[in-house]
Design a protein around this ligand. Structure first.
Ligand SMILES: Cc1cc2nc3c(=O)[nH]c(=O)nc-3n(C[C@H](O)[C@H](O)[C@H](O)COP(=O)(O)OP(=O)(O)OC[C@H]3O[C@@H](n4cnc5c(N)ncnc54)[C@H](O)[C@@H]3O)c2cc1C
Length: 644
């Protein structure tokens, strides 16, 4: 039976809610902090920041990641920047405006209170990172520089060339290593979390597999934080790191944690187009490029194969500038992606496959000079050159939308706690702040806000609230650990047994799954397509269960890793289709063909769908139950999102 969810938003006016939370939270005295252990899974910006900050408070932290080193998380790939309402350029920015842009950008499908807190924390993040030595770009005068990103008319994005994620992660990593050195954090690299352990209704540990030795391990704690990134790789091809997966949050979901808005996926407009079936990953060209690059296609089909330099301005259709004069090339990602696809569907796409549009720097180079453009975007231009063998200083880039970010994730309340006591989720793996569409440069902001500035308070509040119970320690000999480990081992054995006689490799099935979700739960969705997706995913699930070929042994097989992650992607893919099917409105990245305005824009239905869909697992092969969290807007007026 479906129930209404309680988001636990504190009372009081919007701008005082977080202060009120902190003023009323339970504390843990310094001597007692040493008695608690917190597991943090993930060492990206969210997990790295959380582990360092919790250890700094005095808790014992166990930090897990799948890589050889904590500093190799996917966050390192972030290019363009991080938003903050510092208003340095004096162009009218404020906490309120960042909040408002984020709510509007998410198409009014995010919680007001969470987003306001995010905007409030944004300014402290920059101070924290500068103090750590993060080399943000600066003006000639020495002040921190800002640039613009989509969905905003102010410049509030802080950046370190095209390597912002790397520099921020080095900051978080240094904070983490300081705590490792002091003995507050123990690192567990090469570990994949395969299960969550619940004891008496509280999260008390995890089961992991060592990715080099195959060893299955038990780890106990008093609270568990998941910061394991997004699930974009359900599409097989995406801009996410190859290692990104959904396993940790999906296994927690199977233990009872609700999954919020799984169908909200962001498809980024500026990626290097797919070039063939050999690819396992796609490459992003940062949104920052839309500050100076102009997006266009030829007006006339006979010009499609012409050298773009030979096409005069009057024969170019700068379609974003034409359709959205206020925001131009800086419309949000969902809008830019849909328009790019539309041009290609109309037969005006360029390049070999006809599935690309131009991103052109000719005018910027004329206006600013090549050196100034190189100064801002040099490494991105070099990357493009290396991959395509075309020089973007001379010919326009060719770009096409690709899967990039997942707004859905584990449902969390205001304190970032899932519906399971003691299980928290932070960063991209929770559903919390971006509604149906994330604005550029807001993911890094959210991950660091969660890790540095929210979890240290909310985990403390949890430990303080349940201190009597939690101080009675649970260790890994508890039957719940025995049972969870047993289930993990049984599944591995089952896979290896089926794998001896099966015919299809996990990668073959995975590619096919990716194709189904891209075609049917991608940039446009409709009822028939979504039903077809469910049917096809069920067929792939059958293949997975009965006909998978798995070579290698229990300890060393990397196929086993792929197969385990695929099991979770298959079930998640099906849930994404069910979620998209029930949401018979268009909003943000979720574009239902049946719900569009006469101009082809997304048409929301606030009366019936202004809620978060939080899904409860019912067992393999069974339909999940949907719970609703009603979204209440007391501070912004729901309006039609317009960038015209
Ligand atoms: C190419 C690219 C560029 C981007 N650029 C920007 C940008 O400029 N600005 C912006 O705001 N956002 C950007 N984003 C989005 C942003 O980078 C991510 O949303 C953010 O970095 C996610 O951080 P995270 O800490 O939540 O997770 P991640 O950085 O993905 O870290 C996940 C961690 O969890 C671990 N993990 C995962 N599963 C398991 C498991 N089962 N067991 C143990 N450990 C596990 C991993 O090892 C890793 O340590 C970009 C994204 C991409 C793909």
């Amino acid at each position: 039976m479906s129930t209404e969810l309680n988001s636990g938003i504190p009372a009081g006016p919007l701008e005082k809610k977080w202060d009120n939370y902190k003023a009323n939270m339970k504390l843990v005295n310094p001597a007692n902090k040493r008695k608690y252990t917190v597991i943090v899974v993930g060492t990206g910006l969210a997990g790295g920041a959380a582990a360092a900050s919790l250890a700094e408070l005095g808790y014992n932290v166990k930090s897990f990641c799948t890589h050889d080193s904590a500093r190799r998380a996917h966050s390192i790939a972030a290019q363009g920047g991080i938003n903050a309402a510092k208003a340095y350029p004096n162009d009218g920015d404020s906490v309120w405006r960042l909040f408002y842009d984020t709510i509007k950008g998410g198409d009014y499908r995010a919680r007001e209170a969470n987003v306001y807190r995010l905007a409030q924390n944004s300014t402290s993040i920059i101070d924290q990172c500068v103090a750590q030595g993060v080399p943000f770009a600066r003006e000639y005068s020495g002040e921190l520089a800002n640039r613009s990103f989509g969905g905003a008319q102010v410049s509030r994005t802080f950046y370190a060339r095209g390597q912002t994620g790397q520099q921020l992660l080095l900051g978080a990593y240094s904070a983490l290593m300081k705590e490792v050195e002091k003995g507050g954090v123990e690192l567990f690299p090469y570990r994949e979390m395969l299960d969550l352990v619940m004891v008496d209704g509280k999260a008390r540990g995890i089961i992991t597999r060592h990715l080099q030795t195959g060893e299955i391990e038990r780890h106990a704690a008093d609270a568990v934080v998941l910061a394991t990134g997004g699930y974009g790789r359900v599409y097989y091809l995406s801009t996410n790191a190859m290692n990104s997966n959904t396993t940790a949050i999906w296994r927690a979901h199977k233990r009872g944690a609700y999954f919020g808005n799984p169908c909200y996926v962001q498809i980024h407009p500026t990626c290097i187009p797919v070039s063939g079936t050999h690819q396992a990953k796609l490459t992003l060209m940062s949104e920052s490029l839309r500050n100076d690059g102009r997006v266009w296609v030829p007006k006339k089909k006979e010009d499609l194969k012409k050298d773009p330099a030979q096409i005069p301005d009057e024969d170019r259709d700068y379609f974003l500038e034409r359709k959205y004069p206020s925001f131009g090339n800086l419309v949000p990602r969902d809008v830019a992606s849909r328009n790019g696809k539309e041009m290609c569907d109309e037969g005006r796409g360029v390049g070999e496959t006809g599935r690309a549009v131009y991103l052109d720097f000719r005018d910027a180079i004329k206006r600013l000079g090549e050196a100034a453009v190189a100064e801002k975007y040099g490494n991105l231009f070099d990357m493009y050159h290396e991959i395509t063998n075309e020089n973007p200083y001379k010919v326009p880039m060719r770009i096409y939308p690709a899967v990039h970010y997942t707004m859905g994730g584990l449902w969390v309340d205001y304190s970032l706690q899932t519906n399971l006591a003691g299980l928290f989720a932070a960063g991209e793996c929770n559903f919390s702040d971006h509604g149906a569409n994330r604005l550029g440069a807001s993911a890094l902001m959210q991950g660091l806000s969660d890790g540095y500035f929210i979890l240290p308070y909310t985990v403390t509040n949890y430990l303080g609230t349940y201190s009597q119970e939690l101080l009675k320690k649970v260790d890994t000999s508890h039957p719940a650990f025995e049972q969870a480990e047993g289930e993990v081992r049984t599944e591995i054995k089952r896979l290896l047994t089926v794998g001896k006689t099966g015919k299809r490799t996990p990668t073959e099935i995975y590619r096919e799954l990716g194709n189904v979700v891209w075609e049917k739960i991608g940039m446009a969705r409709d009822e028939a397509g979504l039903k077809e997706a469910i049917q096809k995913i069920d067929e792939l699930q059958h293949d997975y269960d009965t006909n998978m070929l798995l070579t290698g042994d229990e300890n060393l097989s990397t196929n086993l890793e792929t197969a385990g992650r695929l099991a979770d992607f298959l079930q998640l893919g099906r849930l994404m289709a069910s979620d998209a099917l029930q949401r018979r409105e268009s909003c943000g990245g979720h574009f239902r063909l049946e719900s569009q305005t006469p101009e082809g824009e997304a048409k929301r239905d606030d009366e019936n769908y202004a809620y978060v869909a939080a899904w409860e697992f019912q067992g393999k092969g069974k339909e999940e139950v949907m719970h609703k969290e009603k979204l209440v807007f007391e501070n912004v007026k729901l309006s039609v999102r317009s960038y015209k």
